[in-house]
Write a protein that binds this ligand. Structure first.
Ligand SMILES: *Cc1c(COP(=O)(O)O)cnc(C)c1O
Length: 375
């Protein structure tokens, strides 16, 4: 018997996460220069990193022989001060992916289940499955979370074993947004022993009026776990840093399964400085708003539909079936433009396109127009 056959069946059944194609890989495959490739595939910040973060990281280079501060004192203090929370309610992660995993590992296991929406972020089923818990995918409504159906999935579950509900708001890859009242009602309707992980990875791209007062809800709902990241608006995806906000006892639980030095020194320094760079965040949002308008206008010109999105990306319907959408994806690659197929999210006729700089968006639209003309 092979040793892999002895691994738990739920581990062997995991379908690996499919990341966006790296620029270096496409350059190798197509013989293109990296500089000629436009990557709009991973919702990265096209502006790069905040100048303040860059300076803080540079200053840190001399200290890399030392272990990082395993408690992330300075970053937690900065987050606490900014959001008006206590540092002991913060859990730092190697990306918010890490804190999603910590929540799953701390709260799930064989004999339990987690609820999430159809078309929701792929990490929720993966993190769930890795613990041996069952993932319950609830059909979406208009591509978004159907909170009433998700609540029913928890409350009417005959096994009564749901421990975690994952919600992305806005959701990736659909970009759909739940209203604050709707979310608050959902939290109030759930049993207190069911954790709600509310993933706000794209919160910084929302207009002020659309932002839920989710941090205020932490005092009301000790079962609420908020997750946020420095990978998107803050432009630090390569550094890997994110965090969770939770009731201090829940944060303590998550911290027990956390690796002692899960966030590296450069990430701690970069994130602490980035948090202070309000100007960069405002500029990122402005570039995103303008880029979204540019892409949507281009899609309209091409007669293509899309899912209205509140993130830094949009799903565009490019084909009548999965094969047609994949053909467009491949043809874009040949023109040096990387976007993201989302068939694995149950959206086989769409491609997800991240919002880039004006010239990158124009390059994508021009390539798409050429491809559709020839089809
Ligand atoms: C990108 C993304 C994250 C963040 O991942 P990191 O690990 O912080 O880079 C989390 N949730 C959703 C829904 C995302 O799209």
């Amino acid at each position: 018997m092979h040793l892999c056959d002895l691994a738990p069946a739920y581990i062997r059944a995991i379908a690996p996460y499919q990341p966006g194609k790296p620029i270096s890989e496409l350059a190798r495959e197509m013989g293109l220069a990296e500089a000629d490739i436009v990557k709009l595939a991973s919702n990265e910040n096209p502006l790069g990193i905040s100048p303040k973060a860059r300076a803080a990281i540079a200053e840190c280079l001399d200290d890399l022989a030392l272990y990082p501060d395993g408690n992330g004192y300075a970053l937690k203090a900065a987050i606490a001060a900014r959001l008006g929370v206590e540092p002991d309610g913060i859990v730092l992660g190697n990306g918010s992916n890490d804190v999603l995993e910590l929540a799953a590992r701390a709260l799930l296991g064989p004999g339990t289940s987690a609820v999430f929406s159809e078309h929701a972020f792929a990490v929720y089923p993966l993190a769930t499955q890795a613990t041996g818990a069952i993932g319950i995918s609830v059909p979406a409504r208009a591509y978004g979370h159907d909170l009433a159906a998700m609540r029913d999935a928890v409350v009417d579950n005959p096994r009564d074993d749901t421990r975690v509900v994952f919600i992305a708001n806005p959701n990736n890859p659909t970009g759909t947004l739940l209203g604050a009242d709707e979310l608050h009602g959902f939290l109030a309707s759930l049993p207190a022993q069911v954790a709600v992980v509310l993933d706000e990875a794209y919160g910084e791209f929302l207009d002020e009026v659309l932002r839920a007062p989710s941090v205020d809800w932490l005092a009301e709902f000790p079962n609420l776990i908020l997750t946020r990241t420095f990978s998107k608006a803050y432009g630090l995806a390569g550094l890997r840093v994110g965090y969770a906000l939770a009731h201090p006892e829940v944060a303590d639980l998550l911290n027990r399964v956390r690796q002692p030095f899960n966030v590296n020194s450069l990430a701690l320094a970069g994130a602490t400085a980035a948090l202070d760079d309000g100007e960069f965040i405002a500029h990122s949002k402005a570039v995103n708003d303008a880029g979204m308008a540019q892409l949507l206008e281009g899609c309209q010109r091409l007669g293509l539909g899309h899912i209205p999105s509140y993130g830094n990306f949009v799903c565009i319907e490019v084909g009548g079936d999965a094969d047609a959408a994949m053909q467009v994806y491949q043809a874009l690659l040949r023109k040096g433009v990387i976007v993201r197929p989302v068939a694995n999210y149950g959206l086989p006729t769409f491609l997800r396109v991240s919002i880039g700089l004006p010239e990158q968006n124009a390059r994508f639209l021009a390539a798409l127009a050429e491809i559709l003309e020839q089809a």
